[in-house]
Design a protein around this ligand. Structure first.
Ligand SMILES: Cc1cc2nc3c(=O)[nH]c(=O)nc-3n(C[C@H](O)[C@H](O)[C@H](O)COP(=O)(O)OP(=O)(O)OC[C@H]3O[C@@H](n4cnc5c(N)ncnc54)[C@H](O)[C@@H]3O)c2cc1C
Ligand code: FES
Ligand code: FES
Length: 1479
């Protein structure tokens, strides 16, 4: 079979339009094609990650399925779809389903009108996921809706409104937003009847569902008849598409495919491209020939036989899910055990788009170590049917295949045709387990497939298979352990032996891939314990087991069996309705839809990179340092400059003006201070050429000392960015002497990545005259970009114009950095004379730009036994990275805001910003408050623990109660704070739920609930008057239309919408007359960054001022013609030569802070709030479920309740991410490892609390602000900590029950790893040494005597499963990851702890007497047998990077066993301790 030498025509359809690509390049993805093809120019489909992990690029692909002869519609992520795979397919993008100019699709209309868009960057992807769902299911279920949206990330909204819009299409939807709770919205939570009457002016509807267009399927695009004809008469000839470097061959028959495979054995088969594509992109894998079996129907066949199911390797995972679901519904349960287990994982594996694309064959052959299906297929005895020109053969999908052993693998010329999965039988049990950072769309840390067959009618093990993913380089089978357990009865003794054996066999070296070693070890046995219980349950049903040997599993322990369900959030949003006398046309106070909402939803909203390619445009890519601290010895650009398409490389020498600041250079000169620092920039004709060129630039370095990454190292080296900031009041030393008790503790808060969906981007267009430049940039601060470009180019500011149409999310990350990118691109533009486009990849954006400062804080708190805090001393350090950036202000804000809502007479707060060799950290929503105040709230829980009181009692006791002064002597009234607190207690029914939580905890051992309520006093604004000024420019045109411009930037927070509401109110003119076009430095100069929650506030005042000026000018005309129309008045004004343009100005709130005196009036006002969250944790896996959150926020008189509630919800969910899942991980060389949505987990739709209620506090007033409204942009972030403290509360309950001594080290985020290791039990304490002689083992396992142990061969004991030392046989990744862990933890201040102490997560406040505490300490010390803390306290000499116990050099004496002596049988694992004690 020879491949055609000429490229065939690639034929497919986009939005009903035929596309014929004559020279299709296999390396071009659909995303690039849609966005960059100059005829299509479909920029509605967005780039946000390029890895299939965020869903921003979701489109619908429709194909004719030859097997079912039906048209199938799939959602897919266009960034992973090669265009060549689309032969004969129809692509529908967001532009294809509706538009503002023609007809909106109901999905587009509803997401916008339900306020499901903020910045709008994720919206097209959300729309297309929902649209595809509706094309397949006209009335989907809620479960299907959640599934459809599981692969789409949104960083702004908090998902609730998006889901609300989707729910309007669901079967169950009746139009009532409160449906499903069983109660009327107004009854939820509060003291029902009274709150109803009190709240008669409270609204709970943010949109009018009756206005929505019905869904009319007849209006949808049809599948193109031409494609249908092509599909029905398929061509069998081979198609070939030759690109510059890669050839795509698509044979039409199986025979041709096999022939081609024999001819090109190295060529991979390309199906979903979800594995191959990512490896080609991020790991540089290159394949000159790709074989596409997409047209081979044999690979999509499904055969059902009496003993099993054969599924074609080409079936997508979504199809596999449907096939299995059908089997499960048709066959008896005993036959479908393996299918059920696979189905369970198929629900959470990736997002719907990836499941639609990824094939079963690709999944199996990729053999990823995290594969969710391979462990189950392996234990389920799946058989792989292979085919080649030579014929067919079968191989088992077993551990040898998974390990890639040549003898058990495919031959190069073979392909996988199908997979046979046998039915299970009676007495056979199969289960699947997985634990990931999030419930959905996250790769598993550990997963497992487990299967046992018992001898018929008995509990004796006949066959046992256990397979684990995530613990080694590949899926690992615990074959030896399983063999040893055959013949054993399914009882506790077996469980105990099995755990020991498993830990020995599935042992993870300290350098295991992905790190988290201790956690993973624990999961290995925890999963087996769950399996043990599951089978036991089933056994009890099958046969009457002897109750002496098989005591009933108490209800308390059955909770171990239940997984948390995926449920869509419900909730109520309450706000005060406008006064009934307010004019209907006056929009102030009404839930007006985001001005760009509909454009977001149709893809017509133009973001920076959506601006079409301009004439002679070039692309820029940045070259960054790979060293953390080094001298640059040389830079060799020669090879790069010779590459085709490369125009130039911009270095510091090309800068005509100033190269940034002395200690913060735009382009590095001589020295680099962190990995990711920008050294130079390649300019080329295309982005692909520019990216290839950076590989060719040779930079030599000489490492410099010291290299500092951690806060502790910075403290040791006295490496700080600015002087200490300190505030003090009262006499702290004296107070400590007088208190009843003192407690000291530590708080570690990890950093946070902004993860705005739109990465940093800029387009610089040089003009022909006078050195003028137009800059289109995604920034919160265009004036700063303008100023920086001016000084870099050495031209006056007036030549530079910055334009900001809208920003796809900022969160503080687009205040300082865009100026750097703008300036470098401007240098490129001036040097080459071409327009320059610079769009950062997600990886580069995360590597270069820094984020929220990690914090390490120490506290000492003195208090009376009744919980009254008398003295608090907090010292904290933030990791500022290598340059100052905003670190000094962040430190100041942190210190100013540390007291939160509490009045403590004697206080001392100190803070410093550490200088380290990491990328500079910068502004992030909340600006230090979310990190710092976690220390204060942790003090509260520590005090509560010591006093034996509830944290909420301590909070209430110490809260400000009357008009008072803060630590910096600013007067304020806490009345609204107390109202928020009380309303939140009331609305959440806190006290009764606290009791229910305690009841639940008494009844459940493996699941625990926790509840917490947190108050908040958040100061808004900058601590400087000049930062509060704002200006606006309002023009009225002769047709009466009004153009409003102002200094704020649209980041998604709805500032333009609010500004038009203000203008409409002031001019008494409907909003339909008004327009905002962009923010530009040419219309409103010298603006302040849109930040610190005051954007709408101060710009609103400026717009108000401009409108009032105009109205005043119009007054005589209106008076003269009161019955006239607006148009009449404007015409008359024009005739009378009255200026119809006015500048409005707001001088700003007075704000100052005198740090010398420690006093000032730094903030114009405070926002108060309170949040109550309830969670449930799984003590065996560390997973948690958010059950309910109630937020009461003081918005005063909200300008726009829909927008404000959106800000509260969105920031709360972002805060929840900070405190629970978002974890930055670095290599030991200071390279950020978490550089995309796979490794860095922001909350997904499944993370939203099941019940999520937000109330804006009614009837509060602030005279200062525009119409008495308040800025709510940032404050909700901290309220996310209520989830953290609820988890803390649940962990504390588990710890109390387990008699674990309290520990006052708090670590955020509370990841599953942290939670699991904090809920210490025998599983967490089963440490297998990697090497120990049998004698050690014998002493380590004194009870009960297990015949198995004597059967273990010394050989088996001596080598871990992999048989590798940490440095042997492994690629770079494992060692890298291991040391990353070390750095991460060290960075959080845990110096000396190679891994986090398992008990170090959260405080565990026992609410009881000292005597009991002492007793507990004794018990804990005795029961654990050794100090867990000591285990990790120091690095073993000679092996600085490995945790003790994980290093083993067979030539050295064996280390001491760390196996915790088992003093009790494992049956006690699921017997309550109190029961044991009483026995
Ligand atoms: C965002 C994202 C999230 C993910 N999350 C998860 C997750 O949570 N859990 C999980 O388990 N996995 C996850 N994955 C991995 C995913 O399951 C695999 O990438 C996918 O199954 C591979 O299938 P594919 O068709 O795309 O393979 P491709 O990328 O097309 O091919 C992969 C390899 O398989 C070979 N191959 C394919 N078919 C055959 C055949 N018939 N015969 C011989 N060789 C063949 C190819 O030659 C190639 O080498 C995720 C992937 C992404 C992109
Ligand atoms: S850009 Fe394609 S999934 Fe993120
Ligand atoms: S609206 Fe979803 S990312 Fe901004």
């Amino acid at each position: 079979m020879s491949c055609p030498s000429k490229s065939d025509d690639l034929v497919f359809f986009v939005n009903g339009r035929k596309v014929v690509e004559r020279n299709a390049d296999p390396e071009v993805t659909l995303l690039t094609f849609l966005r960059k093809n100059w005829i299509l120019c479909l920029t509605g489909t967005k780039y946000a990650c390029g890895r299939g992990g965020c869903g921003a690029c979701t489109v619908m692909v429709s194909k004719h399925d030859p097997v079912s002869a039906k048209i199938r519609h799939f959602s897919m992520t266009a960034c992973l779809v090669p265009i060549c795979s689309l032969y004969g397919a129809a692509v529908t993008t967001v532009e294809g389903i509706g538009s503002i100019n023609t007809r909106l699709h109901p999905v587009q209309e509803r997401i916008a009108k339900s306020h499901g868009t903020q910045c709008g960057f994720c919206t097209p992807g959300m729309v297309m996921s929902m649209y595809t769902l509706l094309r397949n299911h006209l009335q989907p279920s809620e479960e299907q809706l959640m599934e459809a949206l599981g692969g789409n990330l949104c960083r702004c909204t908090g998902y609730r409104p998006i889901l609300t819009s989707g729910r309007t299409f669901c079967v169950e939807s009746t139009g009532c937003q409160k449906k499903g709770t069983g109660k009327c919205c107004l009854d939820l939570g509060g003291n029902d009847s009274s709150s109803l009457s009190r709240e008669s002016d409270i609204c709970t509807d943010l949109f009018v569902e009756e206005e929505f267009q019905p869904l009319d399927p007849t209006q949808e695009l049809i599948f193109p008849p031409e494609l249908l004809r092509m599909a029905k008469n398929p061509e069998t000839q081979t198609l070939a598409f030759h690109g510059e470097r890669v050839t795509w061959i698509s044979p039409g028959t199986l025979k041709d495919l096999l022939e081609l495979k024999a001819k090109h054995p190295e060529a991979p088969l390309i199906l979903g491209n979800t594995s191959l594509g990512r490896a080609m992109k991020s790991q540089g894998h290159f394949h000159p020939i790709l074989l596409s079996p997409a047209r081979i129907s044999e690979l999509s066949m499904v055969f059902k036989t009496s003993d099993g199911l054969t599924i074609g390797a080409g079936c997508s995972l979504a199809q596999v899910k449907d096939i299995l679901a059908e089997q499960v519904s048709q066959l008896p349960e005993e036959k479908t055990q393996t299918y059920r287990a696979l189905l369970k994982h198929l629900k959470s594996l990736a997002g719907q788009q990836i499941r639609n694309m990824a094939s079963l064959g690709g999944h199996i052959i990729s053999r990823h170590r995290y594969s969710d299906l391979n462990p189950i297929l392996a234990v389920g005895n799946a058989i792989l049917n292979l085919i080649s020109e030579e014929g067919t053969r079968q191989i088992p999908l077993n551990d040898h295949f998974l390990a890639g052993l040549a003898s058990a693998d495919l031959k190069p010329e073979e392909i996988l045709e199908s997979v046979y999965i046998p039915h299970s039988q009676k007495w056979e049990f199969v289960s699947a387990f997985r634990q990931a950072q999030c419930q959905q769309n996250a790769l598993a840390d550990v997963n497992a497939g487990m299967r046992v067959i018992l001898k018929e009618g008995t509990d004796t093990i006949k066959e046992l298979s256990l397979s684990y993913g995530g613990v080694g380089e590949t899926t690992i089978s615990a074959h030896k352990s399983c063999q040893q357990l055959i013949g054993r009865p399914w009882n506790e003794l077996m469980l105990e032996g099995a755990c020991r054996l498993l830990l020995e066999e599935v042992s993870l070296p300290g350098c295991a891939p992905g790190g988290r070693v201790e956690f993973k070890r624990t999961l290995v046995v925890s999963f087996f314990f769950k399996f043990y219980l599951e089978v036991l349950q089933e056994l009890k049903k099958l046969m009457k087991l002897d109750s002496h040997h098989y005591p009933e599993i108490s209800d308390r322990f059955l909770s171990a069996l239940e997984d948390f369900p995926i449920t869509g959030p419900r909730g109520v949003q309450r706000y005060q309705s406008v006064d009934s006398h307010q004019s209907l046309q006056d929009p102030v106070g009404r839930p007006i839809m985001h001005l760009s909402g509909l454009k977001h939803a149709t893809g017509e909203a133009v973001f920076c990179d959506d601006i079409p390619m301009v004439d002679r445009e070039l692309f820029m890519v940045l070259v960054t340092s790979t060293r953390a601290h080094a001298k640059i010895i040389s830079i060799d650009l020669s090879e790069a400059l010779e590459l085709p398409g490369v125009v130039d490389v911009i270095t510091a020498e090309d800068i005509p003006g100033t190269n940034g600041a002395e200690d913060d250079k735009l382009l590095a000169v001589d020295e680099v201070l962190c990995v990711g620092q920008i050294i130079c920039a390649v300019v080329a004709e295309t982005d692909v050429q520019a990216k290839s060129a950076i590989e060719k630039i040779k930079i030599t370095y000489e490492d410099l000392e010291p290299i500092i990454f951690t806060i502790n190292d910075a403290i040791k080296h006295n490496s700080f960015l600015c002087p200490e900031k300190k505030l003090e009041q009262g006499n702290i030393e004296e107070a400590f002497e007088k208190v009843d008790q003192i407690v000291e503790g530590e708080v570690h808060v990890g950093g946070q990545e902004h993860f705005y969906m739109e990465t940093q981007r800029v387009l610089v267009i040089p003009k022909a005259e006078d050195k003028e430049l137009d800059i289109y940039v995604s920034t919160q601060d265009p004036a700063h970009v303008q100023k920086t470009v001016s000084s870099t180019l050495n031209v006056p500011i007036n030549r530079i114009t910055c334009h900001v149409k809208r920003v796809g999310g900022g969160f503080g990350g687009k205040i300082g950095r865009p100026a750097v990118f703008g300036a470098i691109a401007a240098v490129g533009a001036i040097k080459t004379g071409h327009p320059i486009r610079l769009v950062l990849d997600r990886e580069d954006d995360m590597l270069i730009t820094g984020g929220r400062h990690p914090l390490f804080g120490k506290y000492k708190v003195g208090f009376m036994n009744n919980g009254r805090i008398k003295a608090l001393d907090i010292e904290c350090f933030i990791n500022g990275g290598c340059t100052l950036d905003d670190s000094e202000q962040v430190t100041e804000f942190l210190i100013l805001k540390l007291e939160n809502a509490y009045k403590i007479r004697n206080l001392r707060f100190r803070g410093r910003a550490c200088m380290t060799n990491l990328p500079s950290n910068t502004a992030f929503r909340g600006f230090g408050f979310p990190q710092g105040t976690l220390i204060t709230e942790s003090c509260i829980t520590a005090v509560a623990a010591k006093c034996g009181l509830l944290p909420e009692e301590i909070r209430e006791k110490n809260m400000y109660k009357t008009i008072d002064k803060t630590i910096y002597k600013q007067a304020f009234s806490p009345e609204t704070l107390l109202r928020c607190w009380n309303e939140c207690l009331d609305k959440s029914s806190f006290h009764s739920r606290r009791m229910q939580v305690e009841e639940f905890n008494k009844k459940n051992y493996w699941k625990k609930k926790g509840i917490a309520i947190i108050p908040m006093k958040f100061s808004v604004g900058f601590a400087a008057t000049s930062y509060h000024q704002a200006a606006a420019l309002v023009h009225i045109y002769t047709d009466g239309s009004v153009l409003v411009t102002h200094g704020g930037n649209e980041l998604g927070q709805g500032i333009h919408t609010k500004m038009l509401q203000v203008a409409s109110h002031e001019l008494k003119l409907p909003m339909s007359y008004m327009h905002v076009c962009e923010t530009s430095t040419a219309t409103v100069p010298n603006t302040i960054a849109t930040a610190a929650s005051i954007g709408s506030d101060v710009n609103g005042k400026a717009v108000q001022n401009a409108c009032q000026i105009l109205l005043k000018r119009l007054e005589p005309i209106i008076k003269k013609n009161p019955g006239g129309t607006w148009e009449d008045w404007i015409e008359a004004a024009f005739e009378q030569r009255i200026s119809l343009s006015a500048t409005g100005y707001f001088r700003g709130y007075k704000a100052y802070m005198d740090w010398e005196k420690g006093e000032g009036d730094p903030f114009p006002y405070y926002v108060y709030g309170a949040a109550c969250s309830e969670v449930e944790i799984d003590c065996l896996t560390g997973a948690h479920k958010k059950i309910r959150t109630d937020i009461v926020m003081d918005a005063c008189c909200s300008l726009n309740p829909a927008i404000d509630i959106g800000q509260v919800e969105g920031s709360f969910i972002q805060g929840m991410g900070l405190y629970t899942t978002e974890e930055l991980r670095y290599s030991p060389e200071g390279v950020l490892y978490s550089r995309g949505p796979d490794e860095y987990k922001i909350p997904t739709i499944t993370d939203v609390p099941e019940e999520f209620n937000v109330s804006l506090l009614p009837s509060s007033q602030t005279p200062l602000t525009i119409y008495s409204s308040k800025g709510l942009g940032e404050s909700g972030m901290f309220l996310g900590s209520s989830v953290f403290f609820a988890i803390t509360d649940a962990v504390a309950a588990a710890c109390r029950e387990r008699d674990i001594v309290e520990d006052f080290i708090v670590k955020s985020p509370a990841t599953p790893e942290q939670v699991r290791m904090a809920c210490a039990d025998r599983f967490t304490e089963m440490y297998p040494p990697l090497y120990f002689p049998p004698s050690v083992l014998a002493t380590a396992l004194p009870l009960p005597a297990d015949p198995l142990l004597t059967a273990l061969s010394p050989e088996g004991l001596q080598s871990p499963a992999s048989g590798q030392s940490c440095s042997e046989g492994q690629g770079q990744e494992p060692a890298l990851l291991h040391r990353e862990e070390r750095l991460l933890w060290a960075d959080l201040g845990l110096e000396g702890h190679l891994y986090p102490s398992p008990t170090a997560v959260v405080t565990c406040p026992p609410r009881d007497s000292e005597a009991l505490q002492a007793k507990r300490q004794k018990t804990a010390a005795r029961s654990s047998g050794y100090s867990r803390r000591a285990e990790f306290s120091s690095e073993p000499s000679g092996s600085p990077n490995l945790p003790r116990g994980a290093v083993h050099d067979p030539s050295q004496p064996a280390p001491q066993s760390k196996v915790a002596p088992l003093r009790t049988s494992l049956s006690e694992l699921y017997q309550p301790q109190w029961e044991r004690r009483s026995a």
